[in-house]
Design a protein around this ligand. Structure first.
Ligand code: FAD
Length: 468
């Protein structure tokens, strides 16, 4: 087979890789993108196939069912529903339909920008060459620039290897039926998003976490409304405990408490969600002379690796492992290759936890700001005092702003509450534009909206709040 020669070769078609390829195509560069497909991949990568999108679809379906069940029980809004039932097969079909539309869309966008797609597993030969194992045989691809975007994979717990009843988020998103009893190992965002969704779909869920509380990556104040909702959903949470294996019959999870006490959690399925690790093995990365940082490929502010004209983006390059970070890096790399002077600034990357209620954070928490040496002014506004939240029947939560005490420059914004993920854009924009408390306080926010809580949190930090 003839060699393919291009200006840019992108390995991996996830958010990092496909955005690099689209932007490079827009800039007139000759691009080849290689995607292996398979269980966890395909155009769109983890995010579109087995991550962000299918999980949010499942969460939405679970919410719809839980609302119907609630209406059937007590009709708090006066909407009477007779015993709702769940056709889970149709739920999964609907979710798969969304995934299909989006992954097909990525293929069409790549085509529109004249990106050549090679389907198969790429193996690096050197810093300019890879060999792709395609359905029609091996294919050599050479390029002046190589962009590594191979993403991440679920971390394996040695005590609970995947297989049989032990599943990862990938399998959890395509189950044939809702399990009767589900044990979730890991109370980070993936474990809680899926655990809460399955509880709403009817499973009896237990969540196990080694740290002394759920969502250890978020500050305790933001975690509390989620902890209350877990309790209301009947989800048992076991903290300060580790999973040490399955019972011989496979129907219970052995748990070891911090004090050495052991007990079992009965479970039909065990979902292990203890984190993800960069996909650095199995494609000849060791043949390149790359500096590493921890388990990640080290990159500079342009996302350039330690080898000339070898770039890396996305989960492969470190935390936060989020799709929008990968995409932003992809744009920087494509434009850098096209000769523009670009740098990736990761100081304002929103993080959203699609639990119930949702959490969104951007920038620094009050504690992190103080640790960084700032004297801070903090304003918090509860959704209990926000009209829109009450009309949505969702008053648990708040918006919190952290600003410098001396000049009121916003350093961090966070919220917990139903639907707050949609405030991430406003929060990010405020930080990115260098807004001060007075800028948000002086902006007319539409009434009645959840965004008014952001306005009021800033007014509160200034001692001028109107509605509390
Ligand atoms: P990936 O999306 O992992 O893509 C890498 C691609 O490279 C894959 O398609 C893979 O098949 C391909 N590949 C790897 N090696 C080779 C090779 N040798 N040859 C050819 N192809 C190869 N992030 C958010 O921002 N918001 C969310 O709500 C969110 N929810 C998530 C929920 C779950 C359950 C999971 C698992 C993840 C979630 N994430 C979320 C994280 C998000 O999916 C990742 O941050 C994002 O996909 C990273 O993009 P990437 O391009 O770096 O890598």
């Amino acid at each position: 087979m003839a060699e393919i020669i291009a200006k840019v070769m992108v390995i991996g078609g996830g958010p990092g890789g496909y955005v690099t390829a689209i932007r490079a195509g827009q800039l007139g560069l000759d691009v080849v993108l290689i995607e292996q497909g398979g269980r966890e991949g395909g155009l769109g990568g983890t995010c579109l196939n087995v991550g962000c999108i299918p999980s949010k679809a499942l969460i939405h379906a679970a919410d719809a069912f839980a609302h119907a069940v609630e209406q059937a029980k007590s009709a708090p809004l006066g909407v009477r529903v007779e015993r709702p039932t769940l056709e889970f097969g149709r739920t999964i079909e609907w979710k798969d339909g969304i995934v299909g539309r989006l992954t097909g869309g990525v293929g069409a966008l790549l085509k529109r920008h004249k990106v050549k797609i090679v389907h198969g597993h790429a193996e690096m030969v050197d810093g300019k060459t890879c060999r792709v194992d395609t359905d029609t045989g091996p294919q050599v691809v050479k390029a002046e620039h190589v962009v590594l975007a191979t993403g991440s994979e679920t971390a394996i717990l040695p005590s609970l290897p995947f297989g049989g009843r032990v599943i990862s988020s990938t399998e959890a998103l395509s189950l044939p039926a809702v399990p009767e009893r589900l044990a979730v190992v890991g109370a980070g965002y993936i474990g809680l998003e899926l655990g809460m969704a399955f509880a709403k779909l009817g499973a009896r869920v237990t969540v196990l976490e080694a740290a002394d509380r759920i969502l250890p990556a978020y500050d305790a104040e933001l975690m509390r409304p989620v902890a209350r909702r877990l309790k209301a959903l009947g989800i048992e949470v076991v903290t300060g405990a580790r999973a040490s294996g399955l019972s011989p019959a496979g129907d219970a999870l052995h748990v070891m408490q911090g004090d050495g006490a052991a007990h079992d959690i009965a479970a039909d399925l065990v979902l292990v969600a203890t984190g993800r690790r960069a996909r650095t093995a199995g494609f000849g990365l060791d043949r390149l002379d790359l500096s590493m940082r921890g388990g990640f490929v080290q990159v500079d502010e342009r996302c350039a690796t330690s080898m000339l004209n070898v770039w890396a983006v996305g989960d492969l390059t470190g935390e936060p492992m989020l799709a929008h970070r990968a995409m932003a890096q992809g744009v920087v790399v494509a434009e850098s290759i096209a000769g523009q002077r670009r740098a990736f600034d990761g100081s304002v990357i929103p993080a959203v936890c699609f639990t119930d209620p949702e959490i969104v954070t951007v920038g620094l928490s009050p504690d992190a700001a103080r640790t960084a040496g700032h004297e801070v002014q903090v304003g918090q506004f509860p959704f209990q005092a926000n009209g829109r939240a009450l009309t949505l029947g969702a008053e648990d939560g708040f918006v919190r702003v952290t600003a410098r005490a001396d000049n009121h420059l916003l350093l961090g914004i966070a919220a917990v509450g139903a639907g707050v993920s949609e405030l991430a854009g406003a929060f990010g924009l405020a930080l990115e534009m260098g807004a001060r408390l007075e800028d948000i306080g002086g902006t007319i926010h539409a009434h009645p909206t959840l965004g008014e809580a952001f306005h009021e949190a800033c007014l509160r930090a200034l001692g001028e709040t109107l509605h509390i």
